[in-house]
Design a protein around this ligand. Structure first.
Ligand SMILES: Cc1cc2nc3c(=O)[nH]c(=O)nc-3n(C[C@H](O)[C@H](O)[C@H](O)COP(=O)(O)OP(=O)(O)OC[C@H]3O[C@@H](n4cnc5c(N)ncnc54)[C@H](O)[C@@H]3O)c2cc1C
Length: 356
């Protein structure tokens, strides 16, 4: 019998499982391995302290960025891999009005340590269309999620902490008995669901989730020589050697889960507003982001059965798993072992009236 069964080896299950294992707990992660379509594996992995749409710092940026800046470099050392890349984030301005709004915002000190320049940033790359100037934000970057998850996967397999399944676990295969949980002959004291958007239908929680499909391209743009991450409508992020990720679309219609020609055209159209250079498409993927109804994580007790109260959920990381998960994994662990209260905004308890 293990201390924990974790359902799902995306970013949430991997990072939480890794932290629990390092604390000395026995874990078994059960995962349907499908890297071509899983949100965590197809994600661009960007972390950006600024919410461009709202002209403000993103939610809890200072805590989240402190945690991610500690966690990922440390993990690189422990797993002897490279997946954490700090990059400048350049926001191209759409209009003189936008320029004014941003400059006012920045001079008010609101973006503090995260904004490199209170002036319009001089972008020297002549292939980037930039008639209204741009602003540069520091402390952004990206995590190569595929490299990270592959390194984690190898570690879990080596330690016999991961069971890969080819057919997804169904709710009828989860038995709560004798004060524990049993799934496909694996027994544990505690279940933690990290299954991404599929949790919605799994536990009858459709009202709590609002999953968002995203499509993303990998392209080659010879001669662009862009090092920073550039945002305007879409993002373009360098993977080196003039290969870039371009994304992402947001689509709440989940009737088609695969990449679509419309998604690809949309991304390429937006890309043309950033650079006129031709892009050769190397890859095109889609995944479903596990977003919650109020766009905040879903953490805490999973009231699946009245006789068993050791079932939890660590999920709902939506569009920002890379920044949210390291901090909230620690927060959840504090809650599990030291009875620290969960923040109201992430606690499953906030939905008690509609879920119970
Ligand atoms: C196109 C795109 C771009 C994105 N870009 C970014 C970005 O730039 N920055 C950022 O922070 N976030 C980004 N995201 C969001 C990010 O991917 C998510 O926030 C995060 O990866 C969610 O991780 P998760 O582990 O909760 O869920 P998932 O990644 O969905 O992982 C769930 C895992 O559980 C497994 N599973 C599910 N059901 C079962 C079952 N019944 N039995 C067995 N296994 C099961 C799945 O196979 C999967 O491995 C992007 C997402 C997409 C789609």
């Amino acid at each position: 019998m293990t201390d924990f069964i974790i359902l799902g080896q995306g970013l949430a299950g991997s990072i939480l499982g890794y932290k629990l294992s390092k604390l000395g707990f026995s874990i078994k992660i059960i995962n349907l391995y499908q890297p071509q379509t899983t949100s965590s594996w197809v994600a661009a992995g960007l972390f950006n302290p600024v919410t461009v749409r709202k002209l403000s710092l993103s939610w809890n940026a200072s805590f989240l960025f402190q945690a991610l800046n500690q966690f990922y470099p440390q993990l690189e050392m422990e797993l002897a891999g490279q997946f954490f890349f700090e990059k400048k984030i350049i926001r191209l301005m759409d209009s003189p009005a936008m320029q004014n709004d941003w400059l006012a915002r920045i001079s008010s000190g609101l973006l503090g340590e995260f904004c490199e320049s209170a002036e319009l940033y001089p972008l020297e790359n002549k292939h980037i269309l930039n008639p209204f100037g741009c602003l540069c934000f520091s402390r952004g970057g990206y995590v190569d999620t595929m490299a990270l998850l592959e390194a984690m996967r190898n570690r879990f397999l080596t330690n016999d902490e991961l069971l890969e399944v080819t057919v997804p676990i169904t709710p009828s295969e989860i038995y709560f008995k004798n004060g524990g949980v049993e799934i496909r002959n694996l027994k544990s004291k505690t279940l933690i669901d990290c299954s991404g958007y599929t949790a919605a239908s799994f536990y009858g929680m459709d009202l709590l989730f609002k999953p968002v499909k995203g499509e993303i391209l990998t392209v080659r743009i010879p001669d662009l020589h862009l090092e920073s991450i550039v945002l305007k409508g879409v993002f373009i992020a360098s993977l080196g050697k003039d290969v870039y990720r371009v994304g992402a679309t947001y689509d709440w219609d989940l009737s088609m889960l695969t990449p679509t020609p419309e998604g690809k055209s949309k991304l390429l159209e937006e890309l043309k507003k950033i650079t006129p250079l031709p892009a050769e498409v190397l890859d095109h993927k889609a995944g479903i982001r596990p977003a919650s109804k109020d766009r905040r994580p879903l953490i805490g007790k999973l009231p699946v059965t009245q006789s068993f109260d050791s079932a939890y959920i660590f999920n709902g990381f939506g569009t920002k798993g890379v920044a949210l998960i390291p901090y909230y994994a620690d927060h959840f662990i504090e809650h599990l072992f030291n009875n620290a209260p969960l923040e109201r905004e992430v606690d499953m308890g906030r939905f008690v009236s509609i879920y119970r």
